[in-house]
Design a protein around this ligand. Structure first.
Ligand SMILES: Cc1ncc(COP(=O)(O)O)c(C=O)c1O
Length: 360
């Protein structure tokens, strides 16, 4: 077996110990004589997995008591709609910060339900920075303020939680959840698709403050109502049980690594090493304003764009895969989520130096 270093933006690498544990427990979980995939979601074995997973997530993120944690389907994209559906609460307006293609998508979906105001946008500068907080115009009549803490495509990340000017703060944390310590109590809603830092695709975590529940738009299908999902323990219908279990294994792995604080230190080391290598060369470049650079997704260009395809090809042959940039922006991108080992980043840096020697 020769596992590669996979720099995919998502679905992305899972920690190898998680895959091994899943492999070991595949045919028979504990002594129950069946795989987790085959269990009733209401049986005691799965309920124990579900309960422990929620408790571990709460402990790792420091989720306060007055928040519900939901494990849903539909990906982060479903939350682009569920957020306005659940949070408008009699209001008609919602406020969004636009920092890249994912926040654009969130805006487009919210427009189906609300009058959307853009508090700030970095679109004119091609989404290479985060608009200065002092320049934001936050509508006090909006039901909430939404932002995307890490733009997976552009490689732009908020380094701090922005001041929400008294509005409920909503965050799409899909591509940096659990990569750094955050104060959950600053948020009304946090949501994240799992397929980057949490587990495999197919399960979506939503953390929602309790006082916001129970006021979904009229005619909201039960599945899309946070209140109903919270009351039913995310089991209004059959949940994605195996993904829930794998998410639990990823959380156990994070605990074994020393928790979020130590994962964060490792992420800082990985990102700094890669950005330093890019900045030290005039063969590679990263266009993002240094203070807005993402620790998770590192886009880069080659001085000669015609070398980008050969770069990705040769890297693949060297066991460094999925380095192509998003189809909408081109170039190259290294996604270095929690599960990417430091050795993977070091191997990429060594490959980059070697490629530059041969082609620079
Ligand atoms: C920041 C961000 N938000 C939302 C999404 C959409 O997630 P999903 O495919 O789970 O709906 C992605 C997917 O890559 C993302 O990176």
């Amino acid at each position: 077996m020769s596992r590669v270093f996979n720099f995919s933006p998502g679905p992305s690498m899972l920690p190898e110990p998680v895959l091994r544990k899943a492999q070991q427990e595949m045919l028979e979980y504990g002594t129950c004589g069946m795989s987790v995939m085959e269990m009733s979601h209401r049986g005691k074995d799965f309920m124990a997995i579900a309960t422990k997973t929620e408790a571990d997530l709460r402990a790792l993120m420091g989720v306060p008591e007055n928040y519900k944690v939901l494990f849903l389907q539909g990906g982060a994209t479903s939350q682009f709609a569920m957020v306005p559906i659940n949070l408008l609460r009699g209001k008609t307006k919602a406020c969004y910060v636009q920092t890249g293609l994912w926040s654009e998508k969130a805006v487009a979906e919210a427009k189906r339900f609300a009058e959307v105001g853009i508090a700030a946008s970095s679109k004119e500068g091609n989404y290479m920075s985060i608009p200065r907080r002092t320049d934001w115009v936050v509508d006090p009549d909006a039901a909430y303020l939404h932002y995307t803490s890490n733009e997976t495509i552009g490689g732009v990340e908020f380094q701090e939680i922005p001041d929400a000017a008294g509005l409920p703060l909503v965050c799409d944390m899909s591509s940096n959840i659990l990569s750094r310590a955050i104060d959950v109590s600053r948020f009304a809603v946090i949501y994240a698709g799992a397929q980057k830092n949490l587990g495999p695709a197919g399960i979506t975590v939503v953390i929602v403050r309790e006082d916001l529940l129970g006021q979904a738009l009229a005619h909201t299908p039960s599945l899309f109502d946070y209140r109903v999902q919270a009351d039913q323990g995310s089991m209004l219908n059959t949940p994605p049980t195996y993904n829930w279990y794998l998410l639990g294994l990823v959380l156990e792995w994070i605990k074994e690594q020393g928790g979020v604080a130590s994962i964060e230190q490792r992420n800082i080391r990985k990102a700094s090493r890669l950005y330093d290598a890019i900045d030290a060369s005039d063969f590679y470049s990263n266009p993002v304003a240094p203070e807005a650079r993402s620790r998770m997704n590192v886009p880069f260009r080659l001085r000669e764009a015609s070398l980008e395809k050969p770069f990705a090809q040769e890297a693949r042959e060297a066991g460094l895969v999925t380095l192509e940039g998003h189809r909408s922006v081109g170039g190259l991108r290294a996604s270095i989520y929690n599960a990417m080992p430091e050795a993977g980043v070091d191997a990429l840096i060594a490959f980059m130096a070697d490629f530059e020697r041969r082609h620079g």
